[in-house]
Design a protein around this ligand. Structure first.
Ligand SMILES: Cc1cc2nc3c(=O)[nH]c(=O)nc-3n(C[C@H](O)[C@H](O)[C@H](O)COP(=O)(O)OP(=O)(O)OC[C@H]3O[C@@H](n4cnc5c(N)ncnc54)[C@H](O)[C@@H]3O)c2cc1C
Length: 565
C-alpha cells in the first residue's frame, strides 16, 4: 500500500527516533480529533497546541538541525522529512505551513558561515522556537532584484535595517527571521537575522485570515551588526534560491498528504451513499473519477519520493535534482488540484460540509502551486533543461532508494545557482524501454513525436521569447520528466504492472490534452501543428485491468480510515 495510512505506516527507518517523531505526530492529531481540528480551522486559531507539542517533544529540533549542531539523532534527512511533511499535510495545511516556513527560515542560516548564529539557532530549536523566511515584499512578489529592504551603515561599523516584508509566515513569533535585503550604499545583497520580539521589529498585520500568521512586518531602524549577517553578495542571492530548492520541495508532500486524507474521506462517503437503489460507487463515471484520482495520487507520491533520492545524492557533479525539484513543486502540486477536483466531482455537496476534512482540502490544495513563484515561474525554469535532457544524455551513476540515516550535507552547500543550461542528465528513454506495458509504450511514442517536433520544426527565436508559447511546450516536457520519475520509482517499489498501466492511461490522455493546447497556441506554426496532432493518442483500453484496479486498490479503501472526532 503506497498511500500513507496513519495506523498502518510502513516506511522503514534505520533509527527509532525517526519512527517516534512520525508516530507521536500522528498520535497528537488523532487525539486532537477532527471536531477540534475543524473548530480551530474555522476560528482561525493560532496552533499553539501543536507548537507546544513539537516543542515538548523536540520535534523541529530533531528534524531541522543538521548533524553537528544538535542532539545525536538530529540531522537534515530528506527521507524522513518527506513523510513528516506528508503527515502534516494529511492533518491540515496550517500545521504543515508553520513547519515549512521554519524550514525556509533555517535555510539561509544553515547555509551561512556564521557559526555563532548557527549555534544559537540550534539552541532556539531545542527550546521549541519557530523560524521565518523574509524574502517577499508587497510590491515585488517573486522579483528579488527589486528588493527594497536596506541595510544602511551607521558609521560605527553597525547598520540600520529599514523596510518591510510581506507574506511572511510565522513573522509574529519567530525566534529568528532570515531577512533578505540590500546594502543602501553599495546595493550588495545580504541576508541577516532579526528577532521578531525586538522593539524595532513591527508586526504590521496578518495579511491572511487563517490559522497561519502570514505577516507584514516592518524594520524601523533595526540595529544590525556583522554578527547578525548571514551572507553577502552572490552568497546571499544563492542562499535565497538554494533555500527555495530545499524548502519548497515540501509543497509536493503537503499536497500528497491533503489528497490522501481527502481520498479516504471521499471514497468512504461515496461507497456508503445510495441513490436510485445503488451505491454512488456503482456509477461508471464515479469509478473512473476515483480511479483517475487514485492513479494521479500514486504517481505524485512516486515522483516526489524519487526526486528526494536525487536530492540526497546531489553533488557539484550531479545537479539533476535542479530539474526534478521544480517538477515536484509545480507538477505534483497541480496534480493535487486534479485529484481534489475528481473527488469533489463525485462527493459534490458533501465537500462543502463544515465538519469534513474535505472542505479544508478544497481550499488548501489551491495554495500549494501558488506559494512559490507560481506554476509559470517553475515551468520557465524547467524548460531551460529541455535540450540537454532530450539531446545530450550522459552516463551518470544509477541512483537507488536513498533511505539511509545520514545528514544531507550538500543541500546546505549547493554553491552557485548559475549554469543550469550546463546540467546533464542520464538517458530518460532507457527506463521507458524497460517497461513492456501498453500505455507506457503509447506514451513513449507520443514523446518521440514531441522530440521530432523539436528537431524538425525547431522553436524559433521568437517562440523562445514568448513565455505563453513556452509554457505550453513546458507542460509537455514536464510530463515526460514526471513520467520518467514514476517509472524509475515503480521499479524500486515494485509497483504492479496493472497500476503502472493505469497511471499511464491517465498520462496518455494528459499528453493528448497538452498537445491540443499547444496546437491551439497562436504562435504555433503549421509544421508544429502537424506534430501536435500526431501526439494526440488514445490510451489502450483494458476493462479487466481497470476492474482490478478499482476493486483491489480504490474500492478497497472505502472503510480504510476515518479521523476520530
Ligand atoms: C499564504 C502565503 C504564504 C507565503 N509565505 C511566504 C513566506 O513565508 N516568505 C516569503 O518570502 N514569501 C511568502 N509568500 C509569498 C510567495 O512566495 C509569493 O506568492 C510568490 O513569491 C509569488 O509572488 P506573487 O504571488 O506576488 O506573484 P507575482 O510575483 O506578482 O507574479 C505574478 C505573475 O507574474 C508572472 N511571473 C512572475 N515572475 C515570473 C518569472 N520569473 N517567469 C515567468 N512568469 C513570472 C507569473 O505569471 C505570476 O503568476 C507567501 C504567499 C502566500 C500567499
Amino acid at each position: 500500500m503506497i498511500l500513507l495510512h496513519p495506523h498502518r505506516r510502513d516506511r522503514a527507518y534505520a533509527d527509532d527516533r525517526s519512527d517516534e517523531v512520525m508516530r507521536k505526530t500522528i498520535a497528537f492529531f488523532e487525539a486532537k480529533g477532527k471536531r477540534r481540528l475543524k473548530e480551530d480551522d474555522q476560528g482561525a486559531v493560532w496552533y499553539r497546541d501543536f507548537l507546544d507539542f513539537v516543542a515538548s517533544e523536540g520535534i523541529f529540533a530533531t528534524m531541522c538541525t543538521p548533524t553537528g549542531y544538535g542532539a545525536d539523532d538530529s540531522r537534515w534527512d530528506m527521507w524522513r522529512i518527506c513523510e513528516f511533511a506528508e503527515i502534516l499535510g494529511f492533518y491540515g495545511l496550517p500545521y504543515w505551513y508553520t513547519w515549512q516556513v521554519t524550514v525556509l527560515g533555517l535555510g539561509p542560516i544553515w547555509m551561512s558561515d556564521n557559526e555563532a548564529v548557527k549555534t544559537k539557532t540550534a539552541a532556539l530549536l531545542q527550546d521549541g522556537g519557530v523560524f521565518a523566511f523574509g524574502l517577499s515584499e508587497k510590491e515585488h512578489g517573486a522579483d528579488l532584484y527589486s528588493t527594497e529592504v536596506t541595510l544602511t551603515p551607521a558609521g560605527d561599523g553597525t547598520y540600520r535595517a529599514n523596510g518591510s516584508k510581506y507574506y511572511i509566515g510565522n513573522g509574529n513569533e519567530a525566534a529568528l527571521v532570515s531577512t533578505f535585503g540590500k546594502r543602501a550604499d553599495t546595493g550588495e545583497y545580504c541576508f541577516f537575522v532579526v528577532d521578531s520580539q525586538h522593539a524595532a521589529y513591527r508586526v504590521v498585520k496578518n495579511v491572511v485570515h487563517s490559522q497561519n500568521f502570514v505577516s507584514e512586518y516592518a524594520l524601523d531602524d533595526y540595529p544590525i551588526t556583522d554578527a547578525d549577517i548571514l551572507s553577502r553578495g552572490d552568497d546571499a542571492w544563492d542562499a535565497a534560491l538554494n533555500t527555495v530548492n530545499i524548502g519548497k520541495f515540501n509543497l509536493g508532500w503537503g499536497s500528497i498528504g491533503i489528497c490522501t486524507h481527502a481520498f479516504y474521506e471521499a471514497v468512504h462517503h461515496a461507497a456508503h451513499r445510495h441513490l436510485y437503489g445503488m451505491a454512488v460507487t456503482d456509477f461508471p463515471h464515479v469509478r473512473r473519477l476515483f480511479t483517475d484520482a487514485y492513479a494521479r495520487l500514486v504517481a505524485m507520491k512516486l515522483v516526489a519520493s524519487r526526486a528526494a533520492d536525487y536530492m540526497r545524492v546531489a553533488s557539484p557533479d550531479d545537479r539533476r535534482y535542479l530539474l526534478y525539484n521544480p517538477v515536484v513543486k509545480m507538477k505534483v502540486t497541480t496534480q493535487g488540484e486534479d485529484v481534489i477536483n475528481h473527488l469533489w466531482d463525485v462527493i459534490a455537496a458533501k465537500g462543502f460540509e463544515a465538519d469534513t476534512y474535505f472542505d479544508m482540502a478544497t481550499r488548501d490544495i489551491r495554495a500549494l502551486p501558488k506559494l512559490e513563484g507560481t506554476v509559470h515561474v517553475n515551468i520557465a525554469l524547467i524548460v531551460k533543461f529541455m535540450e540537454n535532457y532530450f539531446f545530450h544524455p550522459v552516463d551518470l551513476p544509477a541512483v537507488g532508494r536513498r533511505d539511509e540515516a545520514v545528514n544531507d550535507d550538500f543541500l546546505f552547500d549547493q554553491g552557485p545557482t548559475r549554469g543550469l543550461g550546463k546540467i546533464r542528465f542520464h538517458d530518460y528513454a532507457r527506463v521507458f524501454k524497460r517497461f513492456d506495458i501498453p500505455n507506457v509504450t503509447v506514451f513513449a511514442e507520443q514523446t518521440e513525436v514531441f522530440k521530432r517536433m523539436l528537431v524538425e520544426a525547431t522553436p524559433t527565436e521568437d517562440q523562445q521569447r514568448d513565455t505563453d508559447w513556452l509554457l505550453a511546450v513546458g507542460e509537455i516536457f514536464t510530463l515526460v520528466v514526471y513520467c520518467q520519475l514514476v517509472l524509475e520509482n515503480a521499479e524500486i517499489y515494485k509497483i504492479e504492472d496493472d497500476l503502472v498501466d493505469q497511471i499511464f492511461d491517465v498520462a496518455v490522455r494528459d499528453f493528448s490534452r497538452f498537445a491540443v493546447d499547444l496546437n491551439g497556441r497562436a504562435g504555433t506554426t503549421a509544421d508544429q501543428s502537424r506534430f501536435c496532432l500526431e501526439m494526440i493518442r488514445r490510451p489502450i483500453r483494458d476493462d479487466e485491468r481497470a476492474d482490478r484496479i478499482w476493486t483491489d486498490h480504490v474500492y478497497a479503501q472505502r472503510d480504510a480510515y476515518e479521523m476520530p472526532d
